[in-house]
Design a protein around this ligand. Sequence first.
Ligand code: NAD
Length: 481
Amino acid sequence: MKELYSNIIGGEFVAVTNASRNINPSDTNDVVGEYAQGSMADVNNAVAAAKASFPAWSHATSQTRFDILKKASDEILSRKDELGRLLAREEGKTLAEGIDEVTRAGQIFAFFAGECLRTGGEALPSVRAGVGVEITREPVGIIGMITPWNFPIAIPAWKIAPALAWGNCIVIKPADLVPGSAWALVDILHRAGLPKGVLNLVMGRGSVVGQALLEHKDVHAISFTGSIATGRKVAAACVAASPMKKIQLEMGGKNPLVVLDDADLATAVEVAINGSFFSTGQRCTASSRLIVQAGIHDRFVAGCIERLKSIVVDDALKQGTHIGPVVDQSQLEQNLKYIQIARDEGGKLAFGGELLKRATPGFYLQPALFTETTNAMRISREEVFGPVANIVRVKDYDEALAVANDSEFGLSSGICTTSLKYATHFKRNSEVGMVMVNVPTAGVDYHVPFGGRKCSSYGSREQGTYAKEHYTTIKTAYTMA
Ligand code: NAD
């Protein structure tokens, strides 16, 4: 009998009536645990608990909030090996990547603990004599959070920490594939002294728990990360609700990495392999479109293939593994479908793309690299969300920039070059939210804004001080002395 994890509502572990199994993608015989499947009634109870807690929490002192967030950060960091192992076991990232992600979650809580003490406002004279104006920020209220499976602890952390820092109450629904890390995080926050009801966890299906959050009249704002298709539904439901809900959507990517003739070859290969394939390519910021200038193209392809040959795809928890399995069967099928599509479109599979057998049953896929593709092909236009990347050959920088920008997505982009002129021009003219020069498109800092343009993002940025745009609302007060 596996351990049973319940929803956490009003600070209590709620009796479980329905549960689903959390399976290890490196070994499908390994069940991480049984996790509750919430209902609409659970969401109603969670929102009621958040509502009851809001008056006190929204007026808690900055010192109280600082102490709780700092304590949570300390516990996350002190348990990073154990939590990193849980994360790698439920999601399939390597143990090192799992520990890195947990570390990042701890750092995020430390950063937002500091933000609790940095709330400010403005005082300025009115245009009317004798009147003063104050501009302050207040919490938005009750925030519904819906998160994807690919960052099981970092994404919940970068939504929960700023929401708490600025005095909001929360109901979070993590991805049903990987609820374990979010469960551990909510448990830690309660042990750090968070008052009951401020943060509530309801696990389960998007169509049930997520939908109930979108439709609940007492939820004031939604922070969502996931696919464009679900994001559109979230936006429509939030605008149709009365009152309308504030929304923040972080969605997919088809992130270009430009490699110019003047690039340092070793840097370009490392940046491409890391950005395209590490974390099994399951990052919204993964560089899935490699746009390579003709003069370096063949050397770059040869370098990538050589590097790929040295990469070990195996059990996420095994020492020496560089890339873990794909997260589940349906994601694996999606990757294989796109590999076939790229072949049918005329792309040349230069490396990988085949299923791998390992000691345990899991979703192992050799990273796939396509050459001879164009930007018009589906493999260049649609998000695969796996270890699959394709190379588009271009003649010069101008064509590279045009191809990079020719996408409905606009999350992150990168360029490998030794030219200051091209690097500067690319930073200014790349139509994305995050742009990288000689570093991978994936892998970002925790203290600066994160987000994109076009179909990749909607609403204000996450992370860093900019996160306050979503988690606060502005009040302008006029006083006649
Ligand atoms: P998804 O859209 O399938 O699910 C995301 C979340 O929405 C899950 O918790 C799911 O249960 C929930 N959901 C599903 N249907 C719903 C509904 N009708 N109402 C409310 N909630 C619903 O996405 P996924 O497969 O979990 O994640 C992969 C996607 O996330 C990729 O497109 C990836 O690029 C994107 N992503 C984006 C970022 C970013 O910051 N831009 C970060 C990570 C992942």
